[in-house]
Write a protein that binds this ligand. Sequence first.
Ligand SMILES: [Zn+2]
Length: 274
Amino acid sequence: MNRLFKTLICNKQVSLTVAETTGLVQRARDIHGLDAAAAKTLGELLTCGAYMAGCLKSEKGAVSITIKAGENSGSASVSGDVNLHMRGYIDGSAGGKLAGGFMTVVKDDGFFRPFTGACELISDDVSHNLEHYFEISEQIPTKVRVGAKFEGEKCLAAGGVVMQLLPGHSEEAAAYIDAKAEEIGDIAEDILKLGGEGVLKRYFGKDTEGSHVYITRPEYKCNCSREKIAAILHTMGKEELKKIAEEQGEVSVHCHYCNTDYKFGAEDIEKLFK
Ligand SMILES: [Zn+2]
């Protein structure tokens, strides 16, 4: 089940999103064959990415979160578009650890130039790092509680809660999101027991009375294609490609996001330049 529930609460001073991303996270685990620790980290990042993709406004909007490895951390990247088509990968060698690295967010709303923000990673916890990012880079007070729970290869539950203060908010609204964040314990466990809708009801039932809740459905979908890869290869020039094909038998391009190999033999290369 993949769903985002989005609404405004506290007299429209707080934007609230509850995400249930169990299916999305399971798909990511299966595509990459990850162990539970790496799958948990990637799953939490994908949930944050789905939240951010859900905030995009333009038809051409896209967002990416990239983790650059520090000394003891791995690298990872997730991205998504306005249709909530999400994809991502993680270098599993660091066991899903993040601390010590850097996080970069690129938000492209399809207008003018993309917004880029970055911050240092402060812990191994995806939620804390995202809160830190919003504080440092976008100066928006945000509470993030994302989680993913695995039993071996099976994702039992994944999802989270994101609360963001809107401009002109009162002190009460700020106190409200602090208190709610404190109240939420193991969010993956809550999702497992109650589902996304149940989490919305349990923590925000009274506060969402009368507000319209928008429901959208994120899914794992890579936007790569043989045509797109061919267009990129074309820019390298025929001679260069022929040289690689001669040396290696073919030109092979790997998509990290969906674990697909695209292979171009000598004949394919000839065709590219016809
Ligand atoms: Zn792909």
